[in-house]
Write a protein that binds this ligand. Structure first.
Ligand code: ATR
Length: 272
């Protein structure tokens, strides 16, 4: 029987996950089928149950279902518990559903791949929504000197930082309280989608600093353009997308794909 996997989202038609996993499967010699499924907004659990009944072995979960996926799991990885979200579902041999989140480890691997040293770094993370909650634990595990979470709604950043305080030096607040310099600034807000730029001071970046946007597109986001003009090295979230997929693939198939050629191919496709 074919090993069936999918990505659930809404919308999901433009997801790059099927192409990424097809490339991983070809590279590692695994025989899998990986499709994109648009789950109904009011019945994510039903969509997963139906997929399992049709032979599904695992799934990726994207917007807006990561929290619902978290709630339906029978067991969860520690990192998924802390993230409060699941992007990887795995069907256990006993029929139980296990949930994991690979977004944070995907971000950290992409940062390391692009030459960022996290140990001892001064790190600023913009945003305090689900996307940011999902990456804080793996970032703190790398041992930054400190991590500041800044958000339009300051109280959300303060609450989020409080949830992670036992894992490292982390504080939260509003954009107005942000004082650099930072070695790494990660934009985890959805402001880029609207072409908005969070209000930030001009002297945010230390020499040699990196600006990273968890979003990606054919053109640099408004945040990356702004950061580049102020001397920062810039990177978008396409690499994070490929790395989180590779970690999901590893969870399902026990094989680690080589991400570099897959990322290069995706980049060519974006720019075409
Ligand atoms: P996600 O799952 O992408 O994190 P979310 O949980 O809705 O989505 O969070 C969106 C984040 O982007 C929040 O931090 C939000 O700020 P608020 O908490 O103040 O709403 C931030 N955000 C969205 N639009 C923004 C904008 N135009 N400027 C600045 N921040 C913005």
């Amino acid at each position: 029987m074919t090993n069936r996997y999918c990505v659930f989202g809404h919308p999901v038609a433009h997801s790059k996950s099927p192409a990424i996993h097809a490339a991983f499967a070809a590279q590692t010699g695994e025989t899998i089928e990986y499709t994109a499924i648009e789950a109904p907004l009011d019945d994510f659990a039903g969509a997963w149950r139906r997929f399992v009944a049709e032979g599904g072995r695992g799934a990726n979960v994207t917007v807006p279902f990561k929290e619902e996926a978290f709630r339906l799991c029978d067991t969860l990885s520690e990192r998924a518990q802390r993230a409060g979200a699941v992007n990887t579902l795995i069907l256990g041999g006993n029929g139980a559903t296990y949930g994991d989140t690979t977004d944070g480890v995907g971000l950290v691997r992409d940062l390391v791949r692009s030459g960022v040293t996290l140990a001892g770094a001064r790190v600023l993370v913009l945003g305090a929504g689900g996307a940011v909650r999902g990456v804080l634990e793996p970032l703190l595990a790398e041992g930054p000197a400190n991590l500041v979470v800044a958000n339009r709604t300051a109280a959300k950043a303060e609450a989020l930082a409080a949830d992670f305080r036992e894992l490292g030096d982390i504080e939260g607040g509003g954009f107005d309280a942000v004082a650099g310099p930072f070695d790494l600034v990660i934009n985890g807000t959805s402001a880029s989608l609207a072409g908005d730029l969070p209000p930030l001071p001009d002297d945010l970046f230390a020499p040699g600093a990196t600006a990273y946007d968890m979003m990606y597109g054919a053109e640099p986001t408004v945040f990356l353009r702004w950061a580049g003009e102020r001397g920062a090295r810039t990177a978008d979230g396409l690499g994070m997308l490929v790395e989180q997929a590779a970690e999901s693939f590893y969870q399902w198939r026990g094989k680690r794909p080589d991400t570099a050629p897959v990322l290069a191919e995706l980049r060519r496709g974006l720019e075409a």
